[in-house]
Every structure is written in C-alpha cells, then in structure tokens.
Ligand binder design. Structure first.
Ligand code: ADP
Ligand code: MG
Length: 441
C-alpha cells in the first residue's frame, strides 16, 4: 500500500519508481524509525536525498504515523536500540511491525471509533468478534455505503486481536489485493504458495468483497479459502458496500455462506453522530475548534464520514494558509466549493417535480395530474422515488404536494422504481443525472 501511495498519489513515474524504489527492502521497523535497505552506495545517497520525504508521506498516509527513515546497505548492521530511541519500547515495536505487515492503519482502532445509532449493531458485532474470534459470529459480514466506517471497523478488529490475543496470524486484505495476488500466483506458477498463505491464517479480513463479483476464478478460490478456514474454526470477516443478496453475479454458494453468520449494516450517521465524530477527531488531534464551526460542518456535510473529515481538514488547512483564526466565517469561506447554495437550500417536492418533468419533456402539471399513461406515470413514480430519497418529507406530505395522492401510492411508486433500478442500467443512469441536477452535486 505504501508503494501504491507512492506511485498513484505522489505521482512518481514508473521508471523512477522501478529504478529507485522498487528494490528497497524494509530491514527493520523500530518504534519511530523504519530502516530501509538499499542496493548500493550510490542509490543509497540519492534515494535518501530525493525520496525520503515522499516515502515518509506515503508511510504516514498508510500507517497514520510519521516515521524517521534510516537507509542502510545490505551488509550494514541495524542500528542498535540506543541509537534509534532511548525509550525504546519493545511492545510498541511489535505492534508497529504487525500493523505494517498486516496492512493496518494505526489510527483505525475501537478507541477512535465513534458509536452512534447508525453503526451500533456493526460496532457491537465487531467487538464481539474481536473478543472471541471464531466463537461469536462466523463469518461476520459488515455492509454499508462509501465512507461510513467499514474499513475502520475491520482494522479495529484486527488491531484488537493482535493486541489482546496471542493470535498473530491476522490478515487484512482488500478483495482487490486478494484478486491480484491470485492472478500473480497463477502467472508465476505459485498457486500452492498462495493457498498456503491464505489457508493457514487465524483471522482473515477481506474488505470490499463486492469487487470479486463476476470474477469466477477469484470466487472459486475464495470459496475454498472460506471453507478451509471455516472448517478449521478460524474467524472470517467480510465487508461490502451492500448486503450479500444485492451483490449481483455473486455465486449462490458464496452468497449463502456469507449469510451463515451475522450480517450487520452501517447507515449514514445522524446529526448527533456527525457532531460526535468531529468532536472526537478534534480531541485526538488536539485541535481547538469553536463549537459553531463543528455545528456548521456537521449540519452541512451529511453523506459520509470521509467527506466530513475532509471538510474539517480543509478548514484547518485554509486557516493555516491564510493565517486566520478558525471561525464560522472562515469555515464558510473554506468550504464554499463543498457546500453549494443548492445544498443548503432545502430541496422541495416542487423542485424535484420541476426537474424531472423537464428531463422527460413534460410540464410539472402533467406530473401532478391524474393522467395514467406510461409517459407520465413513470416520471411521476421517479418523482416519488427521488422525493423519498432526497428529502426527509413524510409520505403523507409528499402525497399531498403531488396532486393529493395517498401515502400508499407514494410508497408503491417509489418502491417500484427502487426495484427496477437493480436491473435497469438506463434507469440508474437517469436517476444519477436527476440527482445531480437536484442536489447540485
Ligand atoms: P468505508 O470503508 O466504509 O468506505 P472508512 O472506514 O474508510 O469507510 O471510513 C472513512 C473515514 O471516516 C475514515 O477516516 C474513518 O476513520 C472515519 N470514520 C468512519 N466511521 C467512523 C466512526 N464511527 N468514528 C470515527 N471515525 C469514523
Ligand atoms: Mg473501505
């Protein structure tokens, strides 16, 4: 993952990467220093001068921690405890080492996870599994939309088990990584090795499993991995952006296995939880942020927690950049691209009706009328669907505004679109376009 950040986020060209960075070997991980072994004297000097910063940034991105770097030659001795850190702490070392070996972000722990109504069940299930691997729920399947904390929870489980249990074979992978490793193992004729690796661990966490849908060979391999681990009473934890039943082109035998244990969902956070998350973040990072700024962010950024944090970071960066104190005015300035007037403006049923009618070449009056031809009834149902999805307005009131219809009619119309969406890519596309037009995002 560090390599990925270096290449993709920091934009280091492939040739530079190949020449200088790909052969670096992590020789040791100390509490706050990472020792990297280089090929020879020349590259050592050059890499140290030119690439120390990018490597540090990439490491920080992945582990959440700022490490010092030490470059050594293949035959050089590792620095002794004394030189690296006077208060050298053995246990921390082991944890850091484990975290990096296991692809874990050290910021993602139960301690930093805020529990709210939206994630209570998933959090409780995760903690139970962490405390009693393979005994509480197996597999544990966590699902929810982007940026709602699935990865954070999975890392929390892994950290907890690594720290509290004597189980060291904890492996966290994204399903993409699983797939890539499988492909490489097939290419390099190392399938046995791949199998040994995945079938000999105590706790396997696979993130974003939806990506293996449709990939037959990967599903096949994962199926066998799953069975082997499950039969050996090893814990399996899976995440996805949707429940097993909604992952199209997922093999039935996998789907049913995913439902063997416990399925827990994470919903979008409510206002109180958003406030709590921002407050916690400020506390962890030792920031002093006025309450009205926290409120402003929490009431305007609703869709996901990654964006919520991003907004806060933007305010911080902006404040540093222009040397201004953090106030609500500064926050408004910093976030003016993120919080569009459209978003702060309330979305009304009339507005949705207007946008949908225009999209289908109709008048708003047609939508409100009693006409039942498909050309009108269908857009009308889309209005019902979008009104439910994009506003908090009750079914009764949506019905009233939409030509005095009964709330059951609204529910029926909206559900119909919901279910058609699953099969109809064209409809899905239209809904996306309409949503953008309505929300301005
Ligand atoms: P997902 O994997 O569901 O897309 P992540 O786990 O990557 O989401 O979460 C996105 C960001 O939001 C991360 O920085 C994470 O730490 C933070 N986050 C999510 N849920 C919570 C929570 N309940 N408490 C604190 N931070 C959270
Ligand atoms: Mg994730």
């Amino acid at each position: 993952d560090v390599q990925k950040v270096l290449r993709e986020d920091l934009d280091i060209s492939e040739i530079s990467y190949k020449t200088w960075l790909s052969s670096l070997v992590v020789a040791d991980i100390l509490e706050d220093t990472i020792v990297l072994e280089t090929d020879d004297e020349i590259s050592k000097g050059y890499i140290e001068r030119k690439y120390s910063k990018p490597i540090q940034i990439a490491l920080k991105e992945v582990t959440g921690k700022l490490f010092n770097l030490k470059f050594i030659l293949p035959n050089e001795k590792l620095p002794s405890d004394g030189t690296s850190n006077a208060n050298h702490n053995k246990k921390n070392d082991t944890n850091d080492r484990n975290s990096i070996l296991n692809n874990l972000n050290s910021r993602y722990t139960f301690n930093t996870f805020v529990v709210g109504n939206n994630n209570k069940l998933a959090h409780a299930a995760a903690l139970a599994v962490a405390e009693s691997p393979a005994e509480a729920y197996n597999p544990l399947f966590i699902y929810g939309g982007v940026g709602l904390g699935k990865t954070h929870l999975m890392h929390s489980i892994a950290h907890f088990i690594l720290e509290e249990n004597n189980i060291s074979k904890v492996l966290y992978v994204s399903s993409e990584k699983f797939t890539n490793e499988l492909i490489n193992s097939i290419r390099d004729d190392k399938n046995e090795e791949f199998r040994r690796k995945y079938r000999s661990i105590d706790v396997l966490l696979v993130d974003d499993i939806q990506f293996i849908a449709g990939k037959e060979r990967t599903q096949e391999e994962f199926f066998h991995t799953f069975n082997t681990l499950y039969e050996a009473k090893k814990q399996i934890i899976i995440s996805s952006d949707r429940p097993p039943k909604d992952i199209e082109t997922l093999e039935e035998r996998l789907r049913s296995r995913f439902e063997w244990g416990l399925t827990a969902d994470i919903q979008a956070p409510d206002y109180e939880t958003r406030m709590a998350i921002l407050t916690k973040k400020a506390e962890i990072e030792n920031l002093n942020i006025p309450n009205d700024v926290v409120q402003y962010v929490a009431s305007n950024i609703k869709s996901n927690i990654r964006e919520l944090e991003g907004a806060m970071n933007k305010i911080l960066a902006f404040s540093t950049l222009v040397h201004r104190e953090i106030t609500k005015e500064l926050a408004e300035d910093a976030l003016k691209d993120l919080i569009t007037p459209n978003e702060t403006k309330e979305i009304t049923i009339d507005f949705i009706t207007e946008v949908v009618a225009q999209h289908y070449g109709l008048n708003a009056d047609d939508i409100l009328s009693k006409k039942r031809t498909r050309e009108i009834a269908y857009p009308r149902q889309i209005v019902m669907y979008l009104s439910r999805k994009l506003t908090d307005i009750s079914l009764q009131n949506i019905g009233k505004t939409l030509g005095n219809r009964d709330h059951t009619t609204i529910m029926h119309g909206s559900d119909k679109i919901s279910s058609e969406l699953k099969e109809d890519a064209g409809l899905k596309n239209s809904i996306e376009i309409l949503t953008k037009k309505i929300t301005g995002k």
